[in-house]
Design a protein around this ligand. Sequence first.
Ligand SMILES: *Cc1c(COP(=O)(O)O)cnc(C)c1O
Length: 382
Amino acid sequence: MNTASKRYIEFVRSLYSTKGRIGLHEPVFFGNEKKYLSDAIDSTFVSSVGPYVEKFEEMICNYTGSPYAVATTNGTSALHISLICAGVEEGDEVITQPLSFVATCNAIAYLNASPIFVDIDKDTLGLCPKNLKQFLNQETYVKNSICYNKKTKKAVKACVPMHTFGHICRIKEIVEICKEFNIEVIEDAAESLGSQLDGRHAGTFGSLGIISFNGNKIVTCGGGGIILTNNEDHAKRAKDLSTTSRKISDFQYFHSEVGFNYRLPNINAALGCAQLEQIGLFLNSKRKLANDYQEFFSEIGIEFLQERANSKSNYWLNTIFFTDEKERMDFLSYTNENMIETRGAWVLLNKLDPYKACQTYEISNAESISKSLVNIPSSVIT
Ligand SMILES: *Cc1c(COP(=O)(O)O)cnc(C)c1O
């Protein structure tokens, strides 16, 4: 039997004060959720029109400092619309990282564009600016202000870095580099509500950014997403595209292009508003948990992922690293057998069937990280 696993199980059970199952990330509802949900039902506005949708967008603008926010059905649809706003079209290429949830790539594939995978940094688990710059210098050229891939001759239109598990990546460097090559930056901040770098919120550094409000994220709408941008044109186009490009003239609706039914429903926004009121509480609880974990794991000699200087992580999913592969597998099986949900990171995107033919550039950090990383229970403690 593995002593580290055994000690961990005792420790996590004492933190959550339960003998039952402990999940990786479960939502908690102890604010105005039921009140706002019944209010939405009483008003009959449960669908894509209603006051909670705009209220939710306003709350997100205030909280993140983003000048504009457009609420969508989920984080994936927010990414899809953001890529369109950034000018990504069929046959284009988009740089992203191999360590992410599949939605990052799927949104690119929905446009019949292809991802290119560059490496991550070991200390942020996000896109590595050094590797990105090397790729752009060696493998691309700029002609008539458009960046082209030397190998494929396709245009590299956008870059989608991800703020992994709530840890903000070196986003300022990434934005600088992409500017040189005329590449739009769309931040996948799906997991990073409440995370900051130098006091600035995740998702507000690129020309567009997205946040998810899925059931497993730090704040949930049931399902939901939002697009952040400081560009008024992007905001208008995002709202138009996500509401089937619907216009009204002479008391009739018409649709000016092929839009999407991606607007966040009022009933989901009602839940989101109540959840957002508690974000401060959630963040405090998660920070305390991360500190407790940090202390525990340093005692038993296991590396725990901490926020970097000048940044604030929301500690969405706490992360540890094993140097020994067998120890890692033992920890995963022993904890899961004992109803403590732990998990390895996603299988790297470049290994998945739909993306295994895509270009990868020097991704050794991602490969070694994916063999050592384990996520551990991180829900808010009630
Ligand atoms: C959750 C998540 C998404 C997608 O959000 P949904 O709301 O589930 O569609 C996208 N990217 C990352 C990194 C995520 O974790």
